[in-house]
Design a protein around this ligand. Structure first.
Ligand SMILES: Cc1cc2nc3c(=O)[nH]c(=O)nc-3n(C[C@H](O)[C@H](O)[C@H](O)COP(=O)(O)O)c2cc1C
Length: 314
């Protein structure tokens, strides 16, 4: 028997597979479609201090290799989350990590305090990386000092594990990651979507009401995978890989690059059965590889010689 459980930021996950924020609502929407006992944790839709209606529709567009979304953080707001959604999510047989986003460090702190004190909350994900929310100044995700201020405020507000979700769009992601770690983040989520757009050539109009959206799905995998590899060399906290995972081998790539766990999002739109397929595949791979604990895959690609090195040795 392979032990599929994994410990990340002090949380024992039944499997390393987490459900990415915004792709399964608050969780119960997928009850009966996903076997939540096989899910390490669900990350709930990002909640903001007040309810948000989100961006102008259309808010989804398909593209080769993935999809674009410009939801714009539509959510029920903190009160609705606390009074209804969190309790419902907490009844699922998996851990709940609540994703939060504020406009200021104080807003992040208030969200973390209110959500973090609830028993249903296993951890918090700080969403400093949503590409669909307009900001007047430099985007938060690209600002190491701004991210450090957010994490510092959140750290003071709760003892629960803090997952910091980065953006692949920052020119210097490493500085942002290091600032987040120094400020007290317990794990990094690497990473959110990349900005993109599509145009309907018949109407000559952008396909998204917001014009621009976040690119997710397979096209994102090599981008975020490279970030996991690089960041795992520069931070000591665990990394959760995210971006384009739809098969077991995709998940293994992230783990071998240095991730301890991973999140699945867009692939759920095609079929929620991807959860079973990926988890079954992990168990099979582990048996074939003679691994009895999945943490044995974390960083494994850094321990083997590259084909180039082998050729030189020959
Ligand atoms: C429709 C949709 C809504 C999303 N909403 C959120 C959100 O509210 N908060 C967040 O941090 N990420 C959000 N994301 C990003 C995902 O959590 C994930 O990081 C990203 O899609 C990359 O993973 P994937 O390629 O497996 O989907 C959303 C993605 C999609 C497709």
């Amino acid at each position: 028997m392979v032990d599929l459980s994994i410990t990340v930021a002090g949380l024992k996950l039944a499997t390393p597979l987490m459900l990415a924020s915004g792709t399964v609502g608050y969780g119960p929407e997928y009850d009966g479609l996903i076997d939540f006992t096989r899910v390490g944790a669900i990350v709930t839709k990002t909640v903001t201090p007040r309810p948000r209606a989100g961006n102008t529709p259309p808010r989804l567009a398909e593209t080769r290799g993935g999809m674009l979304n410009s939801i714009g953080l539509e959510n029920v707001g903190l009160d609705g989350f606390l009074s209804e959604k969190l309790a419902e999510a907490g009844r699922l047989p998996t851990l709940v990590i609540a994703s939060v986003a504020g406009e200021t460090p104080d807003e992040f702190a208030s969200l973390c305090e209110a959500v973090g004190e609830r028993g249903e909350t296993a951890g918090l994900e700080l969403n400093v990386s949503c590409p669909n929310v307009k900001r007047a100044r430099r985007p938060l995700w690209a600002d190491p000092d701004g991210v450090a201020a957010v994490v510092t405020a959140a750290r003071r507000a709760t003892d629960k594990p803090l997952f910091l979700k980065l953006s692949p769009n920052a020119a210097d992601v490493r500085s942002v990651a290091e600032a987040g770690e120094a400020a007290g983040a317990d794990a990094l989520v690497v990473a959110n979507t990349l900005p993109g757009m599509r145009i309907d050539v018949t109407t000559r109009a952008p396909m998204l009401g917001n014009r621009f959206g976040g690119l997710s799905g397979p096209a994102l995998l090599p981008v975020n995978l490279a970030l996991v590899w690089k960041l795992s060399d520069s931070v000591g906290i665990p990394i959760v890989g995210s971006g384009g995972i739809e098969r077991t081998e995709d998940a293994l790539e992230y783990m071998m690059a240095g991730a301890s766990a991973f999140q699945v999002g867009t692939a759920l739109f095609r079929s929620p059965s991807v959860v079973d397929q990926i988890v079954d595949g992990l168990a099979k791979h582990a048996v074939t590889d003679g691994i009895n604990c999945l943490s044995g895959y974390t960083g494994a690609a850094k321990e083997v010689e590259t084909p180039c090195q082998r050729t030189r040795a020959d």
